[in-house]
Design a protein around this ligand. Structure first.
Ligand SMILES: [Zn+2]
Ligand SMILES: [Zn+2]
Length: 580
């Protein structure tokens, strides 16, 4: 308590000092620039820069998981060009929470620059894993910040204010700048009964609003289209207990996000209450349960945890397996169970699978497949469509209004969402009486300035998608376009062999196709295509064409036209011209 009072006291004095400083400088205080590198227009790759007098603090650095129209892509990063060019001006990276859409890009950003990373103990624990795995730990320093603490990062103070979310120890960040307070909500909801009792510190936000005024609020838009309030995480615990009790005698397998440690805790509690042992399945689940236990976030009574290798030693009714794969990821533990390829668990009629998560946009189809396959094996599946075994970690309209009403921001920019989410969030702010001139809709790559007058747009910086395929190397837009074309329309290859001496075809062109027409039934069509290409090349040779490039161009054109006219399709055409 003393510690908390002491910190509160320090914060009060700092607030007053801020106010005095700003009053001294009046309207002459340096403007503050905010640059959005990602997360405004999609769920993922959240990254922004707060700039005071040219010095930069990076706010989060996340990845996005690929959409189904990005074949072969492992993940998508923010474009770091802007930061790369200003690497010597970056004073630190501050993290709101440990989710991958906020921390997954660190291992890539640290290749471009060196800077310390600040966050709560768990956030740092999760981030550290990724940076160490990438072998980049020597390019940063990890700084653990406690709840309510205010740390100096470069040219501004950053205050870490607790918020509730679907990963423990999440924070909103208050930047104390020469232009006053910029508050970033982080990902949040207003859970009044959080599993760990750590509520969103609305009173501190209100205090900042009263004492100094919040100049600019940046707030989470994910659920801005949803009316009402998001249910408390603790409501899921009650549902899980009921489901567990109803399935006595059956083996339970519960899938959720490995970082959702409060959910994991509630699964453990429901298992213990029903006399079950608990085993983890999936690499990240094992790692996170260990990390959570070490940090005192997860507690497992002695004798409850068993090894996944030993689950078959227990009757089905005495086992609960906590697994990864709630998003239907192809190589995850749950997907492998569904297809009968999991090393440890064979799914059958004695199993009940609970999917304690909601598919994130783009994953609905894969999750649906997994649910179907589990049914084919005879298992029962309980998912969020049928039972309330999941609640969101993001604020709905009622909570967003509450935050706006407590923080009374002068200026507002919705962040973290697809474009429509941000539009709805902006409307919500306007309906709360904010000045329309001080509410801006921004997108990735937009920059704004905050000065004595308010906020204004301040140009654009590179803010595109950077695709990562495999563990190293970024791939180009062109490669992705090729893959989309291949996936949608297939490919037609033609090999043309030209006798250099005789300046004529050495044999008839050979056509190969995948995904255009099915070859055995289309022999006639392929024969015609070969003749058309042959005629075009022969004509070109007669007209004096002699190099491979020119002949390739004629080949591509003739074949492309034939394919388009005869089938109304546009597969990729790949001409190969050989000179013999
Ligand atoms: Zn999050
Ligand atoms: Zn997020």
């Amino acid at each position: 308590m003393a510690d908390r009072a002491d910190r509160a006291d320090k914060a009060n004095r700092a607030d007053k000092a801020d106010k005095v400083n700003r009053a001294d400088k009046g309207g002459r205080a340096k403007p503050v620039r905010v640059v959005f590198l990602g997360g405004l227009g999609e769920i993922g790759r959240n990254c922004a820069c707060i700039e005071v007098e040219g010095r930069i603090v990076v706010l989060d650095c996340g990845i996005m998981f690929p959409d189904p129209d990005m074949p072969g892509i492992d993940l998508v990063l923010p474009e770091f060009t802007y930061l790369h060019e200003r690497a010597d001006r970056v004073d630190g990276i501050v993290l709101t929470h440990g989710h991958e859409d906020h921390t997954g890009g660190l291992a890539y950003l640290l290749r471009e620059l060196r800077a310390p990373i600040y966050g709560s103990e768990l956030t740092i624990g999760l981030a550290r894993h990724r940076v160490e795995e990438a072998g980049l730990a020597d390019r940063t320093r990890f700084v653990v910040v406690r709840d309510g603490e205010r740390v100096r990062v470069g040219a501004c103070d950053v205050e870490f204010i607790p918020v509730t979310h679907s990963v423990p120890e999440a924070n909103a960040l208050a930047f104390h700048t020469p232009q006053g307070v910029i508050l970033h909500s982080g990902d949040f909801k207003l859970d009044l009964q959080p599993v760990d009792g750590r509520r969103t510190d609305l009173s501190r936000m209100g205090e900042l609003a009263e004492r100094e005024g919040i100049r600019l609020l940046l707030s989470d838009s994910t659920n801005a289209e949803e009316p009402g309030f998001t249910e408390s995480e603790s409501s899921v615990g009650l549902v899980l207990r009921r489901v567990f009790a109803a399935e006595a005698g059956k083996r339970l397998i519960v899938a959720c996000f490995a970082s959702h440690m409060h959910r994991v805790q509630q699964i453990i509690d429901a298992a213990v209450a029903n006399g079950r042992k608990v085993a983890t399945l999936g690499r990240s689940m094992g790692k996170n349960v260990e990390l959570g236990s070490r940090l005192g976030i997860i507690s497992i009574p002695d004798g409850v945890q068993i090894d996944i290798e030993d689950v078959d030693d227990f009757p089905p009714g005495q086992v609960c397996v906590i697994s990864t794969g709630s998003q239907g990821e192809p190589m995850s533990a749950l997907s492998l169970m569904a297809t009968g390829e999991n090393k440890w668990l064979k799914i059958g009629e004695d199993d009940v699978v609970v999917i304690s998560a909601h598919p994130i946009p783009g994953n609905e189809w894969s999750v649906g497949q997994v649910i179907d396959d589990l049914h084919r094996r005879g298992a029962e599946v309980v998912h969020s469509g049928a039972e309330r075994v999941h609640v969101s970690g993001h604020a709905r309209q009622g909570e967003l209004r509450t935050l706006l009403s407590v923080t009374k921001p002068e200026c507002f920019v919705p962040v973290h969402g697809e474009f429509r989410h941000m539009v709805h969030h902006a409307r919500l702010a306007l309906s709360m009486g904010l000045d329309p001139a001080k509410v801006l809709l921004c997108e990735d790559g937009d920059a704004i300035t905050l000065d004595a007058k308010g906020i204004a747009r301040d140009g654009r910086v590179p803010g595109g998608y950077v695709y990562v395929d495999g563990t190293v190397g970024d791939i180009e837009h062109g490669v992705l376009r090729d893959r989309q074309k291949l996936a949608e329309e297939g490919v037609v290859m033609v090999v043309v062999t030209v006798d250099r001496q005789k300046r004529s075809l050495a044999n008839s062109p050979v056509i190969e196709t995948r995904g255009w027409v099915h070859a055995p039934e289309a022999e006639e069509l392929l024969g015609e295509a070969s003749e058309v290409v042959g005629a075009a090349v022969t004509q070109a040779l007669r007209d004096g064409a002699h190099d491979i490039e020119v002949l390739s161009r004629h080949t591509r054109k003739a074949l492309g036209r034939f394919v388009g006219e005869r089938t109304r399709r546009r597969p990729m055409i790949v001409p190969v011209v050989l000179m013999v």
